[in-house]
Write a protein of this length. Structure first.
Length: 196
């Protein structure tokens, strides 16, 4: 069997198969299982290679580390989201201005350590994600009506147009941030197993 035949069977590129042969990369577990069936060899025989075993052990350690970080950042996301809403409805904001910044940093760390977002590749799931985002934005815009700082800036003529525009822009950015944070809470919960 040629590299091309095997790559066609496994739905990977010929270059990928070549990388496996030269030990520059390693097959994922699904490919190992398919090769086991194709060549009628046990997976133990295919996996009985020290480099391959080390690779999978390293991959497992990375996965466990990422899961731990995801769980910590998920809980932090909930706490920071609550604190951000408290921050939004305060008349004076200077003491808590760092909370939305921490929320952004936390969301970035969470996205970096997220391993499997294949569930968002299906159009129905993308539609659900987009619809949830729009709903979260609408809820945030509704809550803006009760924000004392925003209403005072918009209703007063004491502020310049540039200040008002900057304030409204920062409020919109905060709404985007909290909407994304809501999506993370509902779609990226590391404590429950998602279907792939």
């Amino acid at each position: 069997m040629t590299q091309q035949d095997l790559s066609n069977y496994l739905h990977v590129s010929r270059k990928t198969v070549s990388g496996w042969e030269n030990e520059r990369s390693f097959p994922d577990i699904q490919s190992v299982m398919k090769m086991s069936q194709l060549f009628k060899v046990s997976t133990d025989d295919l996996l009985n290679d020290d480099l391959l075993i080390q690779h999978y052990e390293s991959e497992n350690k990375t996965h466990l580390k990422n899961q731990k970080i995801l769980k910590i950042t998920y809980v932090l996301n909930i706490i920071l989201l609550i604190l951000t809403y408290v921050h939004m409805f305060q008349k004076v904001r200077p003491h808590t201005a760092f909370i939305p910044i921490f929320l952004i940093i936390n969301l970035l760390v969470m996205m970096i350590h997220s391993e499997n977002n294949s569930r968002f590749k299906r159009p129905l799931n993308l539609f659900e994600l987009f619809g949830s985002f729009v709903l979260a934005m609408l809820i945030n815009l509704f809550f803006d009506n009760f924000d004392p700082s925003l209403t005072s800036v918009l209703s007063s003529s004491n502020y310049s147009a540039a200040y008002t525009l900057g304030f409204v822009g920062s409020q919109f950015t905060l709404n985007l941030e909290t909407s994304i944070s809501f999506l993370v809470i509902f779609f990226m919960n590391p404590f429950i197993k998602h279907k792939k």
